[in-house]
Design a binder for this molecule. Structure first.
Ligand SMILES: NC(=O)c1ccc[n+]([C@@H]2O[C@H](COP(=O)([O-])OP(=O)(O)OC[C@H]3O[C@@H](n4cnc5c(N)ncnc54)[C@H](O)[C@@H]3O)[C@@H](O)[C@H]2O)c1
Ligand SMILES: C[N+](C)(C)CC=O
Length: 489
């Protein structure tokens, strides 16, 4: 098996230590690739390359129109290789190929969105309050960007960082999750093919506590953009203080989904399932907390359980599969313990609550889609991000109580409200402390709208115009049109 390499200063190279890592298919634990395993020394070399490309290269000063064309070309190449990329993503993550194909469309769309934005910013003229002067504001690239991504949406989360960073004229070093690097490797090849100059894009492969920490600490990095778990985010925030880096954090969520009795019943049941069982619940914005009006609680749970019983588990490559495995044995054990602890706290398993017993699934990291009832906000199972196909159910009787339950979390990433009363929906939305709120829908995102969290779900926003601004510094330029001595002293 060929060893896949890292990209440093325009060359694909093995790590200095020559260490390698096996990449595993979570459906059957087969080794699907071997990749080079970098350490701090490789990360340092990559940062030096990105620094040199920013300080001495001409990417930052290349006309934005030209940068935009190159970013468009990356989108073209992703569309050209869409099937290959989707299959690679499914092989590495276990998600269905249908979901991965959708991700690839989204990813190409993200590159196109930021390609279009690249040359649209003409700065701003300020009406100067000082006589005989001009005042204007321009945006410039931040510099060298460290970018660290998770395993659940490997290429999608990478695209949210790569596209705006390139459009704005930065150089970068990316570190994908060590367990899902394959589509990122492929897209770095495509970015080279599209004409991104040597040294502008660098890719290091390996663990977070060494190379991720180096990216967060290193004084030559100007911005660290991280998507992943809250505990890692806290470490990165601390490390970033070494040189007061710009910081963007996209962290976890424990996302409530409020269903009022007047909601369209079948739609709300259907969307409650979409909210939590896509990609086996391994989604930051998964609607893992179902908050149901008491008068419909029993009927809703009954309907939900009936539907959950029909979900087909299997290989992401089988067209009839609706839900794949979890990403790893370690993560499977985490989900098992999370549910077991929930049961000890008093939650009732309405359906699921264990591993499937089909013989064909025993080598994969599968967990049954699970509904836990009799839950309340004082339980860990309601407060902690389980990141699996598990939904907890709480009841409410008043609108105020529903909002209070929804907000009772350290997280604030996303939430949903299902009702046919638009006034009620808007009152809830106004009080829900989350970066995204869906009315009568779940889990929608697109390049034009910002994405990010309130509270401990993060800092900053990806996508939308804020997604580009994260990769820009703002400069105010004041010009004295009639310089003469002031004679103050
Ligand atoms: N808010 C969002 O948009 C969003 C999107 C996707 C995933 N997530 C979150 O990501 C988490 C799941 O992903 P995960 O398990 O890969 O998260 P994780 O925090 O374990 O790892 C994420 C990345 O950080 C690296 N890392 C680990 N320790 C590090 C350190 N000390 N310094 C620097 N980097 C380090 C990892 O190697 C990986 O590349 C969930 O909490 C999920 O909610 C959030
Ligand atoms: C941001 N999103 C929803 C694409 C993936 C979260 O894990």
């Amino acid at each position: 098996m060929n060893i896949k390499k890292q990209l440093i200063d325009g060359s694909w190279v093995t790590s200095k230590s020559n260490a390698t890592r096996d990449i595993i298919n979570p459906f059957n634990q087969e080794v699907i690739a071997k990749v080079t395993e970098s350490d701090e020394a490789d990360a340092k070399t990559a940062i030096v390359a990105a620094r040199k490309a920013f300080d001495q290269g001409d990417w930052a000063t290349t006309p934005a129109t030209v940068r935009g064309k190159i970013v468009h070309k990356i989108a073209d190449l992703i569309e050209r290789d869409k099937e290959e990329l989707a299959e690679l993503e499914s092989l590495n993550t276990g998600k269905t190929v249908e979901e991965s194909l959708g991700d690839m469309d989204d990813i190409a769309g993200v590159f196109r969105y930021f390609a279009e934005m690249a040359d649209k910013d003409g700065g701003e003229i300020i009406e100067s309050p000082i006589p005989n002067s001009t005042s204007r504001v321009i945006h410039e690239p931040v510099g060298v960007c460290g970018q660290i991504t998770p395993w659940n949406y490997p290429l999608l989360q990478a695209s949210w960082k790569l596209a705006p960073a390139l459009a704005a004229g930065n150089t970068l070093v990316m570190k994908p999750s060590e367990i899902t690097p394959l589509t990122s490797i492929k897209v770095f090849e495509l970015m080279q093919e599209a004409g991104v100059p040597q040294g502008v894009i660098n890719l290091v492969l390996g663990p977070g506590n060494s190379i991720g920490a180096e990216l967060s600490n290193n004084d030559d990095v100007d911005l660290i953009s991280f998507t992943g778990g809250i505990e890692t985010g806290k470490k990165i925030m601390q490390a970033a203080s070494s040189n007061v880096k710009n910081l963007a954090l996209e962290l976890g969520g424990k996302n409530p989904n409020i269903v009022f009795a007047d909601a369209e019943f079948e739609t709300a049941v259907d969307q409650a399932m979409n909210a939590v069982f896509f990609h086996a619940g391994q989604i930051c914005s998964a609607g893992t907390r179902l908050i149901i009006e008491e008068s419909i609680h029993d009927d809703f749970v009954e309907a939900l359980v009936d539907r959950v019983n029909t979900i087909k588990l299997g290989s992401g490559f089988d067209e009839s599969t609706q839900m794949g495995p979890l990403i790893s044995k370690e993560h499977l054990n985490k989900v098992i313990n999370y549910v077991e602890n929930g049961k000890k706290e008093g939650a009732t398993v309405a359906v699921g609550g264990g591993r499937p017993d089909q013989p064909g699934l025993q080598n994969g990291f599968f967990y049954l889609p699970t509904v836990l009832t009799n839950c309340s906000t004082d339980m860990r199972v309601v407060q902690d991000e389980g990141f699996g196909p598990v939904i907890t159910v709480e009841k409410f009787t008043t609108e105020e109580e529903a909002i209070q339950l929804a907000n009772d979390s350290i997280y604030g990433l996303s939430g949903g409200v299902f009702t046919n009363d638009i006034g009620k929906a808007e009152r809830c939305v106004a009080k829900m402390r989350m970066g995204t709120v869906w009315i009568n829908d779940v889990n929608l995102y697109f390049p034009h709208a910002p994405w990010g969290g309130y509270k401990q779900s993060g800092i900053g926003r990806e996508l939308g115009k804020t997604g580009l601004e994260e990769y820009q510094e703002t400069k105010h330029i004041f010009q004295n049109l009639k310089p003469e001595p002031v004679n103050w002293f």
